[in-house]
Design a protein around this ligand. Structure first.
Ligand code: SAH
Ligand code: SF4
Ligand code: F3S
Length: 466
């Protein structure tokens, strides 16, 4: 349900904070913000950054220099949590000298009761904590926090509201992500996302289209439609529509040049979507299709609802319909009970699918998920050995896959100057990164480059005059 009343209330709180901030500081107040996790989290980080800028804060790149320090958290793997506790340790010493500094934590990790308990008990210097379901309340909560010394923790278990129309501070002026749905209903047995993000909710197509039209009017030419499982977009709407139909409508927006989307669950990838991608002039020929494992036995225990054969067939079908498609994937190594034979199935699928890139993860036990209770957890040294073997295959296959572009001329969207002065980077529709000698004027433009030297996962190229 879209709640327009709520967004009005929150916009008023932004103004209230702005007045309070102007009154309170005798210097230009500053904020530091850091994101963790997936692109859906980054979007919310951009929204919070946009809001605090509106309140009068300017962004700085070091916690030490900030009046407000904000972390958007992820909890998909244990590592992400450990990093946050590390940061908090560091902040504690800064705050000792800078008592008026505000510390704000939000995002997926805050949906876990154990985390909240720990922050309440051991990290009492944290000022404001909220979760994923009341994210839209940030201006109001921040206003309350500005008016109190104590710790505010406000985390909800669920919410079916979608609040539209908050300001955002986009990283790039010419490309951005757009949420088309929230949450996940799939309950893969290793995954914590459905617990921390709640049930799947799709945004109304008209709200999405309107947002993209506004973005395009504001200079955006590439959008990435985001959801944990975009292939099930629209099923629960009052007037259901399919993801492929949404893509067709987005395609019609004038001025938009490229459409990307993420993530596709193999079980829900329809023929209609493949056909739409094949026909489309704007949908990039890149598909992220997480396989997680190549073993049918493990996939079943993971609750992925496809098996090795079905995954391979799907890849075959996509490649037949869209021969130039670039495929990328996610793989987990060391899921409970994974045998050497299961692991070899994973290597086999990687060998057969010619992925451009595969993101490989060591299985991380997430409390509350069914897999965490499984007895046969795999010893660390075995997992490490498998991980290294997988990584070297993935890298070798990735190099082979990207070498197909050697010497070709590709159109790229120029994104930024690289660390090396005068060298700019951009991406092809296949999401392949290209570095080339260029200039600032090219930022945000589409240019043709010849891909001269393959550097593994990226190319070094030269501009081609039209
Ligand atoms: N919705 C997406 C994935 C979101 S999480 C999908 O289903 O494809 C991003 C990736 O993190 C997953 O694809 C998976 O490979 C990895 N991941 C999720 N839970 C994990 C865990 N407990 N341990 C290790 N990797 C995990
Ligand atoms: Fe997690 Fe599976 Fe949902 Fe992806 S589809 S977010 S892996 S439960
Ligand atoms: Fe992490 Fe939450 Fe995304 S757990 S991967 S930030 S949905």
């Amino acid at each position: 349900m879209i709640n327009t009343q709520e967004s009005k209330v929150q916009l008023e709180y932004i103004e209230k904070c702005k007045a309070l901030v102007a009154e309170r500081y005798d210097h230009q107040p500053a904020f530091f913000i850091q994101n963790a996790g997936c692109q859906m989290n980054s979007l919310q980080t951009e929204t919070v950054a946009g809001i605090v800028k509106k309140m009068g804060y300017e962004e700085v790149s070091r916690e030490e220099d900030a009046d407000v320090v904000i972390y958007n958290t992820c909890t998909v793997r244990e590592n992400a949590n450990l990093k946050i506790y590390g940061h908090l340790g560091h902040l504690k010493s800064i705050k000792k000298q800078k008592k008026e500094m505000k510390i704000v934590l939000f995002g997926c990790m805050m949906q876990e009761p154990e985390v909240i308990e720990k922050i309440h008990k051991d990290y009492s210097f944290v000022d404001l904590v909220f979760g994923t379901h009341n994210f839209h309340k940030f201006p109001e909560l921040f206003y309350r926090s500005l008016n109190t010394e104590g710790q505010i923790i406000d985390v909800w278990k669920e919410s079916d509201e979608i609040v539209e129309g908050m300001p955002a501070d986009r990283k790039y002026s010419f490309k951005t992500g757009v949420n088309i749905m929230f949450g996940c209903n799939n309950f893969c047995s290793y995954c914590i996302v459905p617990y921390v993000r709640g049930r799947e909710k799709s945004r109304e197509p008209e709200a999405i289209l309107q947002e993209i039209r506004e973005l395009v009017a504001d200079g955006v030419t590439e959008v990435m439609l985001l959801g944990q499982n975009v292939n099930s977009y629209g099923k629960t709407l009052e007037n259901p529509i399919t993801f492929a139909q949404l893509l067709q409508q987005v395609e019609e927006i004038e001025g938009l040049k490229r459409i990307r989307f993420m993530t596709s669950h193999p079980k829900d990838l329809s023929d209609e979507l493949i056909e739409t991608m094949a026909k489309s002039k704007k949908v990039c020929h890149h598909l992220h299709l997480p396989m997680q494992s190549g073993s049918s036995r493990i996939l079943k225990i993971m609750n992925r609802r496809y098996d090795k054969e079905k995954y391979l067939e799907l890849v075959q079908k996509i490649r037949t319909a869209i021969p130039d498609i670039s495929l990328t994937t996610d793989i987990i190594v060391g899921f409970p009970g994974e045998t050497e034979e299961d692991f070899r199935d994973t290597l086999d699928v990687v060998d057969k699918c010619d992925f451009d890139t595969a993101f490989t993860f060591i299985y991380s036990k997430r409390s509350g998920t069914p897999a965490a209770k499984m007895e046969n957890q795999i010893p660390e040294d075995v997992v490490k050995n498998r991980f290294d073997r997988l990584l070297s295959l993935v890298q070798e296959k990735g190099r082979q896959a990207s070498s197909r572009f050697q010497g070709t001329v590709q159109e790229i969207l120029v994104e930024e100057e690289s660390k090396e002065k005068g060298i700019y980077t951009g991406r092809t529709e296949y999401n392949l990164l290209v570095h080339f000698p260029g200039c600032r004027d090219l930022l945000g433009k589409y240019v043709k480059v010849r891909l001269d030297t393959c550097k593994g996962f990226y190319y070094f190229g030269t501009l081609v005059e039209e």
